[in-house]
Design a protein around this ligand. Sequence first.
Ligand code: MGD
Ligand code: MGD
Ligand code: SF4
Ligand code: MO
Length: 735
Amino acid sequence: MSDRTAGSYRICPLCEAACGLRIEHAGGQITRIRGAEDDPFSRGYLCPKAVALKDLHEDPDRLRRPLVKRGGVFTEVGWEEALEEVEAQLLNTLRLHGPDAVAAVIGNPAVHRMGLLAYFPRLVRALGTGNVFSASTLDQMPKQLSSALMFGHWFSVAVPDVDRCDFLLMLGGNPLASNGSMWTVPDVKTRLKALQARGGKLVVVDPRRTETAALANQHLALLPGSDAYLLLALAATLFEEGLVKPGRLNEHLNGLDELRAFVAPYPPERVAARCGLEAASIRQLARDLAAAPRAAIYGRLGTCTQRFGSVNSWLVDALNILTGNLDREGGAMFPKAAGFAANTLPGPAKGVRLGRRKSRVSGAPEVYGELPITCLREEITTPGPGQVRALISVASNPVLSCPGGAALDEALGQLDFMLSLDVYVNETTRHADVILPSLSPLQTPHYDIAFSQLSIRNHARWSEALFPADEPDDWEYLLRLTALVQGRNWRAPVAELDDAMLAEELARSLPEAFRAPVRAALGDAPSPARLVDLALRLGPYGDQFGRQPGGLNLDQVRAAAAGIDLGALQPRVPELLRTPSGRIELAPPEFLAEAPALAAALEEPAPELVLIGRRDLRSNNSWMHNLPLLAKGPERCTLQMHPADAALRSLSDGALACIEGPGGQVQARLELSDALRPGVVSLPHGWGHDQPDTRLRVASERPGANLNSLLSDGQRDPLSGNAVLSGVAVSVHSA
Ligand SMILES: Nc1nc2c(c(=O)[nH]1)N[C@H]1C(S)=C(S)[C@@H](COP(=O)(O)OP(=O)(O)OC[C@H]3O[C@@H](n4cnc5c(=O)[nH]c(N)nc54)[C@H](O)[C@@H]3O)O[C@H]1N2
Ligand SMILES: Nc1nc2c(c(=O)[nH]1)N[C@H]1C(S)=C(S)[C@@H](COP(=O)(O)OP(=O)(O)OC[C@H]3O[C@@H](n4cnc5c(=O)[nH]c(N)nc54)[C@H](O)[C@@H]3O)O[C@H]1N2
Ligand code: SF4
Ligand SMILES: [Mo]
């Protein structure tokens, strides 16, 4: 074996970059973790978090066996005993109070575990509950909504074709810390530098001079929450100055005139003050965009977690279209994933439906089959028919990740029953009655169901388990729980349960004549692997079970040392479109209806001080603070503030500050920084590991403060249900 391929190949499960790793091990111990240089996609890149996979694998606090709470104390039990407990309690709630009394919430790490992603929807269907929540409404739901309304599918999300792009306008993303999001782009820094080296330009729009902004050719430090006006003004300038050139897309567009009318009232001169920018620089940016040979506009987390998150996400792609950069090389392009991508499968163009039901208490509409996670607390605490009395949390830590964290923490204490699928006893799962762990990521195989749909190149990669499993994996629990809820024999051999599920899957997706031969070809080993094989073989590159000789299947992907490269992104319009009109909807009525709200909000006075978040390369949301390698070094949960703002409040660097927001108050150490514009302070989320009865020995030594206890769960983008996490008014004084 050459050194390039020494060590087991593993797709890093920690962030969306999905880098390929080489993990060397001997005698059951990890000896070295490197980037896989032969990975066609990540080319040897890795970040410090990947090295901490060793810490995660070995973490003595990471749960290995199920826990059941008895007399207020967690006790380790076998899987059967744990599920008996669930059976007794969960079925009781369902019987007495009906399906909506059981809520389910799924969190971010589930996207990195194919078993959780593939089997969770089945459990939800079996439960029949309308109370389904996820991290999506803390994150990217606005982007999925705008993609759905414009292109006809929730996962038709365009990503910057960074390797062929000459001008990248990035709003509200800091990929040098986050490694990219809704844009699977390993080693993004090298790729951005290459863009610059070939004469291209990177422009970053962010209230903070982030790591990415520092690299950029231009940084526009706009005021938080004002992106909608900036984007409107860019579009208005393009129309006004005759710079609109959709090119090839012209014949596929609906709504160009409506869009023109919508943006017309917002020339740069009208919005500049609200954005905190010069009108001239907004105008120039529009001209630069129009003049760039190949440009892409990318809006990420900071643009989604606002009152106008959906409008922002819409206008980002509208600008890609107006400048002729959507769906062309070097612009914003649609991946064509090898498997699981509904937008690659033939089928009628039906578009999407929204608001098929509403949340019980606030009347928030359902989006993409779920309700806003900021509605979870009130659904637990508000009495009446349909009240949530039991919760199933899967890889989710909403006490730290959801606004109104402290109030939610209290609400969880009121539940009759809580089941968590998780790997730690943390701020959320300490409330559980039963916890069912996942295996270490190194004990389970992996295929990226989600991120292959968001990647800058098309590829198919698989990683085998490095170490044997000694307990059931999470998908087996989900399978048994599904059987349990359906009143079937959940103690049956896992193969029997999985076969039944696969039969249902085939009945849903295949004409009857094909089912038997397909079923036979998939083999008898139960596991998500069969679903991956099915998806790959029926996918756009697939062997179609023999009808496309030489086409892709899982055996081929498995045989490749580090996955198979399926090439650079290719134009996909009109083949990709699934809107009822078969065209791109440039002016969906849902967004046009936001006109009065946009006009009204422009007149609102700006708060004196607003809070934004922050990500750090060595941290990951709320759950990696227990890993010694990442926990060491300087304190990360600090409140960053501009020296001028600190002087106004007689605060000095290192002082303990008290921050008050709409949800409550927390304390954090002050870090003076001119990276922020005056009037804006920044605190990272995911901290606050000071709750009793958790098992996070390393994290609790430096707990940090829970940003989300400061925010309230009452502020949402009404269209997508996404939480407002950015630009929230706060006050700061000495603690
Ligand atoms: N204020 C503010 N709040 C934010 C954000 C922000 O920018 N600002 N960001 C938001 C975003 S984008 C997101 S995605 C959410 C994330 O919020 P969540 O979806 O709640 O995700 P995490 O905070 O990462 O918590 C993950 C949970 O999964 C568990 N876990 C880890 N690995 C596994 C595994 O392999 N199996 C199982 N079963 N469990 C596992 C962890 O122990 C932890 O309990 O936070 C959001 N919250
Ligand atoms: N190291 C690390 N990597 C991660 C994570 C992590 O916690 N740590 N989390 C992962 C997850 S779940 C996600 S979703 C991704 C997110 O990845 P990104 O989308 O890159 O998110 P952030 O790094 O939070 O960057 C958001 C930026 O928006 C800016 N911002 C705040 N308010 C506004 C505003 O009103 N307008 C504009 N234009 N900008 C604003 C912030 O200053 C910040 O720089 O990262 C993923 N990767
Ligand atoms: S960038 Fe993300 S995927 Fe790549 S090594 Fe770091 S944590 Fe893993
Ligand atoms: Mo996220």
